[in-house]
Design a protein around this ligand. Structure first.
Ligand code: AQP
Length: 346
């Protein structure tokens, strides 16, 4: 393409949604309630791009065959949950290299001090910071690029991603200011929706439910069968008291709060409504109700996911088509960005 005018990006719709998920293992109930369920709802009134962020996964070592398999599994899970890959765009990140290019420009915009404050880097790098990959450190710059390559305006995420989205806002503002292009990149809005914005581990109410937690009993996977779901809920950590009658009674009881929050979110009700039903009862009976609700909700998803996984080539084709459509949206935005930065590109 030699004509930059022809590359001018079409006006972005007033609401364009982007969000991503790492193929680092089986999706969990936390991913589902904190993010994916909201992704599905947003499809009704917005243009949406959903991305399996395989390049983000590489910030920690991934065995190649497992990464490929997890990418297909996550794509199948998203479709099974209700993501419409025809009406909207579903793809894996590495299919569109514009993310990586824009991330480099953002590496030159974001400040060391901003990244040094990121709590997820501290959590994931642990005590051995010197040995963490540089990719893990600049992860939030790639995340900002994922979003801003499409000038997306809204990003549905769980509570844990709030700090990264603030950084994406700071990058957009600094870019627009430094190159004196007000509104070049939108200042994105996080959408943190629903009752279960931070689902906690079933073994420890103070730790986030996470797909890479070494203990499988800490989480419910979207691939778990009904017996496994029931077993994990039965064995979930609790305390010796009965359930409280109102939310104030959760003080100092993170496990009770977590299980009731999951119960409420699965039933599409508020925590106070859920407590009207189960408050004051014993954990044994409550856990049975929770297991019934979780199984009723998740079994159809698991079934559909397994059906889709019978044809992995079709999943690959679908992701590839999504990648082409994503690229068509980002290419003109990247062309404009190069022009703003002063890169010769004709
Ligand atoms: N426990 C959770 N409760 C609510 N929301 C959650 N999310 C993740 N865990 C919870 C949301 O799911 C989306 C995708 O997350 P991700 O895969 O990009 O990475 P993550 O946040 O680091 O999730 P995990 O499961 O903990 O992955 P690993 O173990 O690989 O680090 C995001 O919107 C996230 O907020």
């Amino acid at each position: 393409m030699t004509d930059t005018a022809a590359q001018t990006a079409a006006p972005t719709p007033s609401k364009r949604v982007f969000s991503g998920i790492q193929p680092t293992g089986n999706l969990t109930l936390g991913n589902y309630l904190g993010a994916i369920r909201n992704w599905v709802t947003l499809q009704d009134n917005s243009e949406c791009l959903y991305c399996v962020v395989d390049m983000h996964a590489l910030t920690l070592f991934q065995e190649p065959a497992a990464l490929k398999e997890a990418t297909r599994q996550v794509a199948a899970a998203l479709i099974a949950c209700g993501i419409d890959a025809e009406k909207h765009i579903l793809f894996n990140q590495s299919l569109n290299q514009d993310h990586a290019e824009l991330a480099w420009y953002f590496n030159c915009v974001a400040r060391m001090g901003w990244l040094n404050r990121m709590t997820q880097f501290k959590d994931k790098a642990g005590k051995n910071r010197e040995n963490a990959s540089t990719g893990l450190f600049v992860y939030p710059n790639l995340m900002a690029a994922d979003i801003l390559a499409y000038r997306a305006t809204h990003v549905p995420v769980g509570e844990d991603q709030k700090q990264h989205l603030e950084l994406a806002r700071d990058i957009a503002i600094k870019f627009n200011n430094d190159w004196e292009k007000p509104d070049f990149f939108p200042v994105v809005e996080p959408l943190i929706l629903g009752e279960a914005t931070r689902v906690m581990s079933l073994r420890d109410g103070s730790a986030k439910m996470s797909k890479s937690d070494p203990s499988d009993m800490s989480r419910i996977n979207l691939t778990d069968d009904t017996d496994m779901i029931a077993k994990k809920i039965r064995k979930a950590k609790t305390d010796p008291e009965d359930l409280p009658r109102d939310a104030d009674g959760f003080e100092g009881r993170p496990e009770a709060r977590n299980l009731v929050t999951i119960y409420a979110a699965l039933g599409n009700e508020s925590i106070s409504d859920a407590l009207r039903d189960v408050g004051g009862g014993q954990f044994g009976a409550f856990k049975q109700k929770l297991a019934d609700r979780a199984i009723a909700h998740l079994s159809p998803i698991t079934e559909e996911m397994n059906r889709l996984l019978e044809d992995r080539a079709e999943i690959d084709r679908l992701l590839f088509r999504g990648g082409e459509r994503a690229k068509a949206l980002s290419a003109p935005i990247l062309a404009e960005t190069r022009e703003v930065l002063g890169l010769v590109h004709h």
